[in-house]
Design a protein around this ligand. Structure first.
Ligand code: G3P
Ligand code: MG
Length: 252
């Protein structure tokens, strides 16, 4: 939750930038997320062959670029030759795949003051040293925005916490009761990022849940309203502009 005009409201986090309107995980999507006034931005991080932190959702480049292959088999120079924006039919625009460093510098330049949620994509490929590289970059300067780490892969979160105990850490899951228990039993886990369906099915427990709850992906108005009314900490949405307008209308 954040405070706006003395009221506590659910934080609106732009999922992969503004994924519903711009090509996901590109500077165009992050720019849109900042310009509409998102309270937060979520992005996904994988590691290139030469150990650069790359902002892309899939382990392969095929779906969101004009290239082929696994991110871990491509160097930064090879990844930089690809176009990650023209595939997006709704709003095609030529875009490079950004590195995490480029994104955080961009957010700083854009005066972003919200929360950056860095999702560590280690649930399919457990990239060696990705956690060390993340903490190294993120602690290299005082960013003007807040940031946190999240992952489906508990071991990555544990590694982050072992390296730097001051970090805000959340466990992502879909409907898993096991993950929910693991989050509840682990002190360093500040919050849970479950699939929206989990939230809808656990509505009686939300008010007393002892950790932050920021579900994904909340795109329907009815679901957004449900989350706002239940005072959830945050939502991840592909449509931050729509969510901000709806939250504003509900406050009036
Ligand atoms: O962080 C929430 C959400 O991004 C998790 O799912 O697959 O969109 O990365 P995914
Ligand atoms: Mg994600």
């Amino acid at each position: 939750m954040i405070s706006i005009g003395g009221r506590t409201v659910t934080r609106i986090i732009a999922h992969r930038g503004s994924k519903g309107t711009h090509p996901e995980n590109t500077l165009a999507a992050f720019k849109e997320a900042v310009h509409v006034g998102s309270d937060g931005i979520e992005l996904d991080v994988q590691l290139s062959k030469d150990n650069h932190l790359i902002v892309i959702h899939d382990e392969r480049v095929d779906r969101t670029t004009n290239g082929h292959g696994e991110v871990r088999d491509l160097t930064l120079a090879e990844l930089k030759e690809l176009d990650a924006g023209s595939w997006f039919k709704k709003n095609p625009v030529i875009q490079e795949i950004p590195t995490l460093e480029e994104v955080v510098l961009f957010l700083k330049k854009e005066n972003f003051r919200g929360l950056l949620n860095i999702e560590i994509k280690t649930d399919k490929v457990p990239y060696d040293r990705i956690e060390q590289l993340l903490v190294q970059l993120m602690t290299s300067q005082n960013w003007p925005f807040e940031y946190m780490y999240s992952s489906f892969y508990f071991e990555s979160l544990e590694k982050i916490w072992q390296i730097d105990k001051k970090q805000t850490i959340a466990l992502i899951f879909d409907m898993s009761e096991k993950a929910e228990r693991q989050a509840l039993l682990t002190d360093f886990v500040e919050g849970i990022h479950p699939k929206i369906d989990w939230v809808l099915e656990h509505k009686e427990e939300l008010a007393d849940f002892p950790k932050s709850i920021r579900p994904w992906t909340v795109n329907e108005e009815k679901e957004m309203m449900f989350c706002f009314r239940h005072h959830l900490t945050g939502i991840h949405t592909d449509y931050p502009k729509k969510a901000l307008e709806l939250r504003g209308a509900m406050q009036n």
